[in-house]
Design a protein around this ligand. Structure first.
Ligand SMILES: C[S@@+](CC[C@H](N)C(=O)[O-])C[C@H]1O[C@@H](n2cnc3c(N)ncnc32)[C@H](O)[C@@H]1O
Length: 309
């Protein structure tokens, strides 16, 4: 696995000592799970060859594949999500990523990092605190071989270790899983260089008012959903946390073509059809408004002071 040398050249914009400690703590935290479920997989990945039985076996061991699709030789990994559809919605509105330093918060298996890599960024750091996602990322990148993509098991809460650091931060599908959405926006802002850009993609609820839903318990069967804003509420959060030049990139509803069970994410893993009211797809199974997906881009003010450690 990577050490953190690739961050050293950024000097005092990153708290490298604290990230080293954090990484060591994560290794400890995941030690049992790693030994029991993932050691064999991580060990075999470097020797895999396209279209071999071992490659198919390893991809199969890595089920469920939530984000995709991926093509590895003849192997077509048709994941639960057609993540390419989200990328198509955003692509035209994104800043040019060539030579940029980019963060993808909650990157899952790195599907979007591989798309970003096509533009030749200086670095794309993907953070996601789930070992299964890291194993899928390492599996795919073994074949794609991008040196400028790095995956760390860090979370959004670790972002204060970066100051005036990233040119572009993507936060997609993460804001509503966070108990403190404004804090997340502020840490993203602080981690950006002056004039840097945030791509914020999240689910929310329909409606014109500047309000958000706080589910009583589960939302679409998920326990970890906290604040679901209307589009106007999201714009207000972004405004009031100091971003400028805000632009709504897309407003969409997820359908059964974009999120569904596949053989790479089979039952008992659940998907959209299990989360919506079967008689009325405008509602979740709990009776809340079904989610709407918003994507907004916005910038950190260009004259913001540069903060360092
Ligand atoms: C709904 S998925 C979104 C994945 C991807 N960004 C996308 O848009 O398709 C949420 C992701 O956030 C990750 N996650 C969970 N806790 C997190 C945390 N504290 N910080 C960052 N990511 C987290 C999950 O592992 C998961 O991959």
């Amino acid at each position: 696995m990577d050490n953190l040398e690739y961050l050293e050249k950024f000097g005092n914009r990153v708290d490298i000592e604290s990230l080293r400690k954090l990484k060591a703590d994560k290794v400890q935290m995941f030690r049992t799970k790693y030994q029991k479920e993932y050691k064999e997989i991580f060990d075999i990945i470097p020797s895999l060859k396209e279209d071999s039985n071992e490659t198919l076996e390893t991809a199969t061991k890595l089920i469920p594949w939530r984000k995709g699709p991926f093509q590895v030789g003849e192997l077509d990994i048709d994941a639960e999500w057609r993540s390419d559809k989200k990328w198509q919605r955003l692509k035209e509105s994104l800043p040019n990523l060539k030579d940029k330093v980019v963060l993808d918060v909650g990157c899952n298996n790195g599907y979007y990092m591989f798309e970003m890599a096509k533009q030749d960024p200086k670095l794309v750091l993907g953070i996601d605190p789930v070992l299964h996602n890291q194993a899928q990322f390492e599996f795919i990148n073994h074949f794609k071989k991008y040196d400028n993509l790095k995956f760390e098991l860090f979370g959004i809460e670790d972002l204060p270790n970066f100051r005036s650091f990233f040119d572009v931060v993507f936060s997609m599908g993460v804001l509503y899983h966070h108990r403190h959405p404004l804090e997340q926006l502020i840490s993203i802002r602080e981690s950006l260089v002056p004039g840097g850009e945030m791509i914020m993609e999240t689910i929310g609820i329909p409606g014109e008012e500047t309000i958000c839903l706080f589910p009583e318990d589960r939302y679409s069967k998920m326990r970890n959903v906290w604040f679901l804003p209307t589009l106007n509420c999201l714009k207000n959060w972004i405004n009031r946390t100091g971003f400028v030049d805000m632009e709504v990139v897309s407003v969409s509803t997820t359908n059964f073509e974009e999120q569904r069970q596949t053989k790479w994410c089979p039952p008992p893993h659940q998907s959209l059809q299990d989360f919506l009211d079967p008689k009325d797809n405008t509602k979740t199974v709990e009776g809340y408004p079904a989610p709407v997906r918003f994507c907004i881009k916005a910038k950190k003010k260009a004259h913001s002071p540069i903060k360092t450690f």
